[in-house]
Design a protein around this ligand. Sequence first.
Ligand SMILES: C[S@@+](CC[C@H](N)C(=O)[O-])C[C@H]1O[C@@H](n2cnc3c(N)ncnc32)[C@H](O)[C@@H]1O
Length: 243
Amino acid sequence: MTAYKPGDPTTINRLYGRAKGKPLRAGQQDLVDNLLPQIAVPADGEITAERLFGYDRPLHFEIGFGGGEHMAGRADMLPDHGFIGAEPFVNGVAQALVHVAGDRHLAKEGGERLPLGNVRIHHGDALEVLRRIPDGALSFAYLLHPDPWPKARHAKRRMMNDGPVDLIAAKLKPGGEFRFGTDHPIYLAHALMVMRRHRHQFEWQAKDAQDFLVRPGGWPETRYEAKARAQGHEVWYFRWRRK
Ligand SMILES: C[S@@+](CC[C@H](N)C(=O)[O-])C[C@H]1O[C@@H](n2cnc3c(N)ncnc32)[C@H](O)[C@@H]1O
């Protein structure tokens, strides 16, 4: 692994694990083949709201969106904003595409799942895309239930580390928000240590001592979070404001 040099995002390593799981269902494969190319983040060059969505608008970036529930939920809440999500796991991408495509049949019957026009997806490493977003361009960055890598010798693989956090800090505009959720006590302690090192860049938005125990409004539940709760785990929520 290359050692991380502060200020040099090219020294941040790619961090993800598995890229494939069960074979995709025919409908999902169809979305990967036909919808993904239409809404994929361009393979190179700068990534701006104008380039992706045709005009300037607040930009949100989700790292490792899993099945895309949170990204799609937020995009549905904020139709005038632009959402970029990155996920290397193809089964997750396929599930997210189902949310993005909506369900025209249900929609015709007055159902709620209309297609989302404000989502762009990168099937791959979030950091590769994040590097190509201009500094100060993001209004929100989300890191929800990142892979825990619980063994101490794997701590460098965690997404919450100095390199990625410096990169997120660079890309957020002043006043922009970094949201993080986890149910993993080792990751929680690690994340708080990392964020304490980055207190010159971020300010914790807690309103009271209970703040991190309660899911804030405008924070749709992810699949991983629902599973954690079903297993009786506590889930912790953090919002940091970019100084
Ligand atoms: C435990 S899952 C959580 C998924 C989702 N955020 C949720 O809460 O349901 C962690 C996700 O991070 C993704 N991931 C790992 N490394 C990544 C990277 N470098 N870029 C983007 N996603 C990554 C994994 O593929 C996995 O889907």
